[in-house]
Design a protein around this ligand. Structure first.
Ligand SMILES: *[C@@H]1O[C@H](CO)[C@@H](O)[C@H](O)[C@H]1NC(C)=O
Ligand SMILES: *[C@@H]1O[C@H](CO)[C@@H](O)[C@H](O)[C@H]1NC(C)=O
Ligand SMILES: *[C@@H]1O[C@H](CO)[C@@H](O)[C@H](O)[C@H]1NC(C)=O
Ligand SMILES: *[C@@H]1O[C@H](CO)[C@@H](O)[C@H](O)[C@H]1NC(C)=O
Length: 337
């Protein structure tokens, strides 16, 4: 959709409102040059995500069979649905595990093994959790991007055993997967998990993922996205160094989907309505995109330069700003992206 089309939609919404509340609202007249395209976005703009937390919570908070949710989601397609986030590096697939009973949501018996040193932070997911997701993907037609757990490690390398079990199970259910990710915000691992994964190791882990996918015919052509780094602030940011080292170890064709980074404008707990309208804040994203582009272009040459993706983004982090992120005023930050 073109930018000017986005503006037309916003203006018509505003117009309808002003008819209903003539005293509260200002009449606006905008003269739009519909012949000039300001920017063009992908047909999958906007795409969206379900946090891995919801999967680890066995979809208790999000009923994926809800006809309203299905209907609304269909209207947003074509779009990617990313299932990822902090908890993706906690999830362990436990085929055969069952819930205790309907009232007690704890999981009985865990016939799943983990290579995690401390098992206390792992979260089991069951066959039925994956079935629910698969059903939702099929019925809505979204393009699933699934984030795998990179903190299953052995001897400084990713141990893919549990992820392979999961991918084989998804394959058996014939769940289409457009893309895969491996690990979420790796520079935050020390803070969040008291673990660390070196950038170079992560690059080699991605190469391993590529070769594992090539062995599953359904997924041999699905894309790989990564490394989902966050906190790109300015030149010299640790995240940029991490990205450069990571890309150095990635084979030329590993990141077939794209290089991803995460970006937010501000914290939800402190942002004000004026921040949401501040073009200087919005423009900082342009700088960050340029910084990441430079790193990517230093490493790759045509035709191997992978696309650049905002793999996760929103207005404000920390769940958004109450009564601002979900209001009309937040539209401008999205248009700016
Ligand atoms: C897991 O165990 C470690 C060390 O034993 C502890 O620091 C951490 O808080 C525990 N995490 C959870 C989620 O219980
Ligand atoms: C973090 O990990 C180190 C080494 O694995 C361990 O010695 C330390 O106790 C852990 N810290 C916490 C807070 O769990
Ligand atoms: C990978 O890309 C680099 C830089 O574009 C190039 O010099 C190198 O030959 C490529 N390696 C392979 C195996 O294609
Ligand atoms: C958000 O808006 C609702 C009603 O629109 C109001 O009841 C609530 O107090 C507001 N919350 C904050 C934190 O402003």
């Amino acid at each position: 959709m073109h930018l000017f089309q986005l503006f037309c939609i916003f203006v018509s919404i505003r117009h309808i409102r002003s008819e209903h509340c003539p005293n509260d609202d200002l009449e606006l007249e905008l003269d739009l040059d519909q012949l000039r395209i300001a920017a063009q976005v992908d047909k999958r703009f906007l795409s969206f995500a379900l946090d891995s937390f919801l999967l680890g919570d066995h979809w208790r908070r999000t009923n994926l069979r809800d006809p309203k949710l299905i209907s609304l989601t269909k209207q947003l397609t074509p779009a990617y649905l990313r299932v990822g986030g902090t908890d993706q590096d906690n999830l362990i697939f436990c085929p055969g595990a069952k819930f205790g009973n309907v009232h007690d949501n704890t999981i009985d018996a865990l016939p799943c093994s983990t290579t995690r040193e401390s098992k206390n932070s792992t979260i089991p997911i069951t066959e039925s959790d994956i079935k629910e997701l698969g059903q939702f993907v099929k019925v809505t037609g979204v393009d699933l991007v699934y984030g795998l757990n990179v903190l299953e490690r052995h001897g400084g390398q990713w141990n893919p055993a549990n992820s392979v079990r999961l991918m084989n199970y998804m394959d058996a259910l014939e769940i289409p997967v457009a893309g895969w990710e491996l690990g979420n915000e790796p520079l935050r691992f020390p803070k969040v998990f008291n673990k660390s994964v070196r950038a170079g190791s992560l690059g080699r882990d991605f190469n391993l993922l590529k070769s594992l996918l090539s062995q599953i015919s359904r997924y041999s052509n699905s894309a790989i996205f990564g490394p989902d780094v966050t906190s790109i602030r300015k030149a010299g940011s640790p995240a940029l160094h991490f990205l450069a080292e990571f890309l150095q170890e990635c084979d030329n064709s590993t990141l077939s989907g794209g290089v991803t980074f995460h970006d937010y404008y501000f914290s939800g707990s402190t942002a004000t309505i004026l921040d949401f309208l501040d073009v200087r804040i919005m423009d900082k994203l342009t700088t960050r995109i340029q910084l990441v582009k430079r790193i990517v272009r230093t490493r790759f040459q045509q035709p191997d330069i992978p696309p650049l993706w905002l793999g996760e983004t929103s207005t404000a982090f920390g769940g958004g700003s109450t009564n601002i992120s979900d209001r009309f005023v937040a539209c401008f930050t999205w248009v700016s992206k």
